[in-house]
Write a protein that binds this ligand. Structure first.
Ligand SMILES: [Zn+2]
Length: 270
C-alpha cells in the first residue's frame, strides 16, 4: 500500500498538472468574465476615427433583418438580429412600435455617404456621418431604430430622444445586449453627435455593465484593456488564464484502488 502511494507521489511530482495545481492563478475580480474580453466573436469591436476598420472588414454571419423596418433590405449579424427580435417583441408589449431605419453598411457604402455629406456641407465634417472605416454600422452590430413618426421625416436629430419609443430603448435596450452607442454626455469622447436612435449590440453582460456604469464603448474598451494590463503587471497571465478556462485538464481517474474511495484525488488538492 505504502509502496503504491510512493510510486504515485513520484509520478505526480513529474506531472506538469501537479505544478499547475500549485500555481493558483491570480484571482479575476473584474465584472466581465475574461473569455468575453477576448472578443473572439467581435461583439466588442470598436470602430471610430482612432480605430478604423479595414475596407475589407465584413462580418461573415450577416442575416437579413426580418424585424419591422422601413422599406429596403437590411442586414445585421446573427446575434444582434436575434436580440433585436426579442427587444421588438418586448417593446410591442409595452406599446412601443419600433422600426429599423438602417443596419449594416459596407465600407464602400459608408465611403460614398461620407463624401456626399462633405460635398453637401462645403467640405466640412459636421459629425453626422462617420468617416469610412470609423462607422459602427460596418461592424454589423450597429443599427438605427425609430418610431413611425420619425420614419416619415427626412432627417434625424436629438429631439427623437423625447419620444416614448426612444425613452423605452434608453431604459431597456441593455436587457437585450444593446447600448445607446452615442450618448449626449459622451459626444467629446465618441466624436459623434448624440444619436438616441443608434443602438449597438455588445452582448448582455457588457451592455448591462456599460449601462449601470454609464460608459461609452470607448471608455469601456479603455477600462477593460487597462484591467488586463494591470492583471498581467500584478503577476497574472491573462492568456494562460483564458487558456485554462477553455482547455481544462483531462479529468483525473477516480478509481478506488484500495476500496477507500478516490485516493488519487488527494494529490491534487493542497
Ligand atoms: Zn447609426
Amino acid at each position: 500500500m505504502r509502496k503504491l502511494l510512493c510510486l504515485l507521489l513520484a509520478l505526480f511530482s513529474l506531472c506538469p498538472l501537479f505544478a499547475l495545481a500549485e500555481d493558483e492563478p491570480l484571482p479575476w475580480d473584474y465584472a466581465i468574465d475574461p473569455l468575453t474580453l477576448r472578443n473572439l466573436n467581435g461583439y466588442l469591436t470598436l470602430a471610430n476615427r482612432d480605430h478604423l476598420l479595414a475596407s475589407a472588414y465584413a462580418p461573415s454571419d450577416l442575416v437579413n433583418v426580418t424585424a419591422r423596418h422601413v422599406s429596403g433590405r437590411f442586414q445585421l449579424r446573427q446575434a444582434a438580429h436575434d436580440a433585436l427580435l426579442a427587444m421588438f417583441a418586448a417593446a410591442d408589449a409595452d406599446g412601443c412600435t419600433l422600426y429599423v431605419k438602417s443596419a449594416y453598411r459596407s465600407y464602400q457604402t459608408q465611403n460614398t455617404m461620407y463624401y456626399n455629406r462633405l460635398k453637401a456641407n462645403n467640405g466640412k465634417d459636421d459629425g453626422w456621418v462617420s468617416y469610412p472605416g470609423a462607422s459602427d454600422h460596418q461592424t454589423g452590430l450597429g443599427l438605427d431604430i425609430l418610431n413611425y413618426a420619425w420614419t416619415q421625416k427626412s432627417g434625424m436629430n436629438a429631439e427623437f430622444a423625447n419620444t416614448k419609443e426612444a425613452q423605452w430603448m434608453a431604459a431597456h435596450c441593455h436587457e437585450y445586449g444593446f447600448v445607446i452607442r452615442y450618448q449626449q454626455d459622451k459626444q467629446e469622447i465618441t466624436g459623434i453627435n448624440f444619436e438616441p436612435w443608434h443602438l449597438r449590440y455588445v452582448g448582455p453582460s457588457c451592455a448591462a455593465y456599460m449601462y449601470e456604469n454609464n460608459l461609452s464603448l470607448e471608455e469601456f474598451t479603455l477600462e477593460w484593456q487597462a484591467y488586463i494590463a494591470n492583471y498581467n503587471a500584478r503577476g497574472g497571465n491573462y492568456e494562460e488564464y483564458c487558456k485554462a478556462l477553455t482547455t481544462l485538464p483531462d479529468p483525473v481517474v477516480t478509481g478506488s484502488y484500495d476500496g477507500q474511495g478516490d485516493g488519487e484525488m488527494s494529490f491534487f488538492q493542497p
